[in-house]
Design a protein around this ligand. Structure first.
Ligand SMILES: [Zn+2]
Ligand SMILES: [Zn+2]
Ligand SMILES: [Zn+2]
Length: 199
C-alpha cells in the first residue's frame, strides 16, 4: 500500500530529501520557510543538516540559540531561577528590549525599528550583534561600540528612568530579580521570569 500524498502543502518540499509531504511522512516546520520531512527531522540526517546550517547561516544560528536560551538560568550568586531571552527575537522582532543598569527590570518597548527617532539605533545595535557573533567585532571593540550607541540612543528610550535609581540602557546587562547580580555577561539577552514580566 502506497503512502498517500498530503495535498494540504502542495508547494512544500523537504529541505533535505526534496520530497513532498505524505500522510506517513509529513513535513514539519524547521524555521522561516524551510521544512523537513518527519523522517529527516527526527534522524541523524536532520542533525547534520542543522549543524551545517548553523555554521553557514548566522540568522539560522541566532534562531536556534534563541530557542535554546528559553531555558532556565540560575543566578550565579544567589541561585534564583530566571530565563534569558535574546533581544528582538521571536514575537519581539523589531523591538530591542532594554535592561536597567542596576536592577532586573526590562523596558520591553525599548528601541523600536518602527519609531523614527529609534530606527537608526535599532539598526546599529542589530548590526553590532551580527558583527560580534560573526567575529568581526571583538570583546573590547564591543564594549566601546555599545557605549557609543548608549550615549546616543539611551535618551530616546521611554521611560528612560527605572523605578529604581538606575536607568534603561543599551549598555545594561541582564540582572537577577532577587539580588540584582549580572546573570550573564551579554548585551544581547534580557532576563525574564513570570514575576518580572512587567515594565
Ligand atoms: Zn526529507
Ligand atoms: Zn532598575
Ligand atoms: Zn541573584
Amino acid at each position: 500500500m502506497g503512502d498517500e500524498m498530503d495535498d494540504t502543502q502542495p508547494e512544500r518540499r523537504c529541505a533535505i530529501c526534496d520530497t513532498r509531504a505524505t500522510k506517513k511522512n509529513p513535513l514539519l516546520h524547521e524555521w522561516a520557510d524551510e521544512y523537513l520531512c518527519f523522517n529527516d527531522f527526527t534522524s541523524e540526517s536532520g542533525k547534520q543538516w542543522r549543524d551545517n546550517k548553523r555554521r553557514e547561516d548566522p540568522a539560522y544560528d541566532r534562531y536556534k540559540r534563541l530557542l535554546s536560551l528559553g531555558g532556565p538560568r540560575q543566578c550565579p550568586v544567589c541561585g534564583f531561577g530566571m530565563r534569558l531571552r535574546l533581544k528582538a527575537g521571536g514575537m519581539g522582532a523589531g523591538i530591542w528590549e532594554v535592561s536597567c543598569t542596576t536592577c532586573y527590570r526590562v523596558n520591553y518597548d525599548g528601541i523600536s525599528a518602527y519609531r523614527m527617532e529609534q530606527e537608526l539605533g535599532y539598526n546599529a545595535v542589530s548590526a553590532l550583534e551580527t558583527a560580534y557573533e560573526t567575529g568581526q567585532v571583538g570583546d573590547e571593540e564591543l564594549e566601546e561600540a555599545i557605549g557609543r550607541l548608549a550615549k546616543v540612543y539611551d535618551a530616546t528610550i521611554r521611560p528612560t528612568q527605572c523605578e529604581c535609581d538606575g536607568h534603561f540602557s543599551l549598555a545594561a546587562k541582564p540582572r537577577c530579580a532577587r539580588c540584582a547580580s549580572v546573570l550573564l555577561d551579554t548585551y544581547f539577552c534580557y532576563a525574564w521570569s513570570p514575576e518580572t514580566n512587567v515594565v
